[in-house]
Write a protein that binds this ligand. Structure first.
Ligand SMILES: [Zn+2]
Length: 272
């Protein structure tokens, strides 16, 4: 008799998924250490503005992330609970409206004591590449790692770096990649999303060209991929300013992330 080879494999996948969800529920329901709460209060300013149910969900997500991801110090940095909890806290903040599935590819978080040098390669044609080094504050690797500069992480968590957060930026790249392609289009909440965000990019560029103020870094203009990541930083870190700048963009990001940070962040929330 011919074996139905697809069925057992699918059954294994379903069982694995069921076991993982059960393990995550157990982790999320476990007592949350008071020391972690203190770290979140000091290092992730947005946590203070969450509703009680959102705060409970965030703590559950933090517990799962700390159990599932491997944190490694680089260039002599020793990983502490503060580093782990502040990074997981910012990831959990953006995941509040989603499941953690978009972070499944992420296996390890590599943390440097400052900006780090990353190798870059530019094709020059004729099979010749130019290799060079670039200072970075964060990046994600397709192999399953996120690389972060700790001072940037800490500043973003405390809202001390304008609308910027390197953890939110790199997490946005992972959401973007979750549908299999990194193209500036996260798993799409509606058929209108691509045209809508393209119009928002055009608007952003026009305002830049006119020399008027924009609410987030002009690095967003380098590509659709970076536009989604940088605008997402502002969506979470300074939602009122983004909303005043472009309500259409705010609504698109709210649909992609399935949450509305403007409801919880005070209008004066961002330290300037
Ligand atoms: Zn980026």
């Amino acid at each position: 008799m011919l074996a139905r080879c697809g069925t057992p494999a699918w059954g294994v996948v379903m069982l694995f998924s069921w076991l993982r969800q059960r393990r995550r529920r157990t982790l999320a329901a476990s007592p949350f250490p008071a020391a972690w709460d203190e770290i979140l209060a000091a290092g992730v300013r947005q946590v203070a503005w969450l509703q009680a149910d959102e705060g409970r969900r965030l703590r559950g997500l933090v517990a799962v992330l700390l159990a599932e991801k491997r944190f490694e110090g680089c260039a002599g940095l020793r990983i502490t609970d503060e580093i782990r909890v502040v990074i997981a806290g910012q990831m959990a903040l953006v995941a509040l409206g989603l499941s953690l599935d978009f972070l499944d590819r992420l296996k390890s978080v590599l943390v440097y004591p400052g900006d780090f040098r990353a190798p870059r390669r530019t094709p020059l044609g004729g099979g010749v590449d130019m290799e060079w080094q670039q200072d970075q504050e964060g990046e994600v690797w397709t192999g399953g790692s996120m690389v972060l500069a700790w001072p940037r992480v800490a500043a973003g968590g405390r809202l001390r770096d304008g609308a910027r957060s390197v953890v939110i930026h790199e997490s946005a790249h992972l959401l973007d990649a979750h549908d299999g392609s990194i193209d500036g289009l996260p798993p799409l909440p509606s058929a209108h999303w691509p045209a809508g965000v393209a119009a928002c990019r055009e608007h952003f560029r026009e305002v830049l060209d006119e020399g008027r103020g924009v609410p987030f870094d002009e690095y967003a203009d380098t590509s659709p991929v970076e536009f989604f990541a940088v605008a997402s930083e502002c969506f979470f870190q300074d939602p009122h300013r983004l909303w005043r700048f472009d309500r259409g963009l705010y609504d698109l990001l709210a649909a992609a992330w399935r949450q509305d940070p403007r409801r919880r962040v005070p209008a004066s929330g961002l330290a300037r």
